[in-house]
Design a protein around this ligand. Structure first.
Ligand code: ATP
Ligand code: MG
Length: 415
């Protein structure tokens, strides 16, 4: 991608209604634009990241044996009346009437639809278990949409109806904490949440402070689950298994939620199968949600500094930026194109900053959008056959010979 062809409207100052850093940075880096309260357009840079996260989630679902389908955003009220949730769901559900006066709704979740699909086609215990998922936009008319994409009204969620969740989050560079939780309107009696530690989170967590010292690059998912953690309403001081010195209280962002709801939906929506003895029994169900669009904000909360975003490699919109400080200089232009063509040919996601603008703006925009590896090409260095490489993850810079740049980057990306 050439910056001059791309659409990357960076902004110097965040709007005053953006309260938290990820929301500010997403607007400043030209990733999203609000269209109305809690509803956003995903601009090209934001969409690249959203798609990366979606793809990690998809790959881990598929690896775990789940099967993808796609259910609609607009649903008919019929099934919701049957399940008893049409009235129960309350004002969070957006209700729509179509031209023939039929009551429709924009799905806040999909238990009814999936149960209906299942019951039309599955009749025997021999066809179980089945694990189906989709990644689809949801609408919930939240009382207080805020924090940008973290609590939107329209948002992207992966939901399926058992898995290795932990690995999905680790691949995004995050340290997930799994905890027992309240079940809320989705129902059932067993539920777990996955939380990411962040000062701006909306949940209060009690947890073993050792969790903070773990490195997502080397973490063992089983070890991770052995540490104590609980949301505030589940934490019981008297029965807490760890000592007060080891206990820490802090805020977290909920990025995933899993529920076991037994036969709550299958009984009402007629999802019965024949068991071994030929008897008709309602199937047991669970649902597993991941907040795909919320994760974009959550990752930025975990990876940023005063200059902008510092993307973990796996979710970065581009792996490499070529920052040509002097596009009008022949040598700088030739060198930049040489690298650019190599990366393009080898499917390494690259953005070539070929804009004619001040050096200061160039450097600060690239810091803001947070590309992990930045190849900075200036006229004076190039005369000595040198190029600067900035690692945005640790903010270290080094000058290396212009002929070793490709090897250097290939080496970094291999790790
Ligand atoms: P919360 O307590 O944050 O409202 P929830 O319990 O209502 O979440 P679920 O119904 O379990 O959420 O949805 C699964 C996932 O979808 C959540 O873990 C979260 O990551 C994401 N999510 C829920 N509501 C929103 C929202 N308004 N905006 C963005 N993501 C959301
Ligand atoms: Mg909610």
């Amino acid at each position: 991608m050439k910056y001059s062809n791309f659409f990357l409207p960076t902004i110097k100052d965040a709007p005053s209604d953006a309260e938290i850093i990820s929301h500010k940075l997403m607007i400043r880096a030209g990733m999203i634009k609000q269209s109305s309260a809690g509803i956003y357009s995903w601009l090209p840079l934001g969409l690249l990241v959203l798609k990366k996260i979606e793809q990690i989630v998809r790959e881990e679902q598929n690896n775990a044996g789940a099967v993808e389908l796609l259910m609609p955003t607009i649903q008919s009220s019929d099934l919701w009346i049957k399940s008893g949730r049409y009235d129960d769901y309350g004002k969070e559900m957006l209700r729509i009437t179509d031209r023939s006066g039929r009551e429709m709704l924009y799905g806040p979740t999909n238990e009814e639809l999936i149960t209906d699909i299942f019951q039309s086609h599955i009749n025997s215990y021999k066809d179980l278990p089945k694990n189906l998922y989709h990644i689809q936009w949801k609408f919930r008319d939240e009382v207080r949409p805020r924090f940008g994409v973290m609590r939107g009204r329209e948002f992207l969620m992966k939901d399926n109806y058992s898995f290795d969740y932990i690995k999905t989050f680790i691949r995004m560079g995050l340290t997930p904490i799994s905890l027992r939780a309240e079940t809320g309107p989705i129902g059932g009696n067993l539920s777990h949440e996955f939380q990411i530690l962040a000062k701006t989170g909306e949940s209060t967590l009690y947890y073993d402070k050792k969790l903070e010292t773990l490195n997502p690059e080397t973490i063992d998912p089983n070890e991770l689950q052995s540490f104590y953690a609980a949301v505030d309403d589940q934490h019981d001081e008297k029965n807490c298994p760890i000592s007060n010195e080891d206990l820490k209280i802090s805020k977290g962002i909920e990025v995933g939620h899993i529920f076991y709801f037994g036969t709550k939906y299958s009984e009402k929506l007629n999802a019965f199968v024949q068991d071994k003895s030929g008897k008709n029994v309602p199937v047991h169900m669970g649902s597993y949600g991941i907040g795909v669009s919320r994760l974009v904000g959550a990752i930025i909360e975990a990876y940023h500094d005063e200059k902008g975003i510092r993307w973990p490699l796996e979710v970065a919109p581009f792996k490499v930026s070529i920052v040509n400080l002097m596009p009008e200089d022949q040598d700088c232009a030739t060198k930049s194109s040489e690298y650019y063509e190599y990366f393009m040919k080898n499917n390494i996601e690259v953005i070539l900053d070929d804009r004619i603008c001040s050096i200061g703006k160039k450097l600060s925009d690239n810091e803001l959008i947070g590309t992990p590896y930045q190849i900075i090409i200036g006229k004076r260095d190039l005369k000595d056959n040198l190029v600067e490489i900035k690692n945005r993850q640790n903010n270290e810079s080094e000058k290396i010979s212009s002929s070793s740049v490709i090897d250097f980057i290939n080496n970094k990306l291999k790790k």
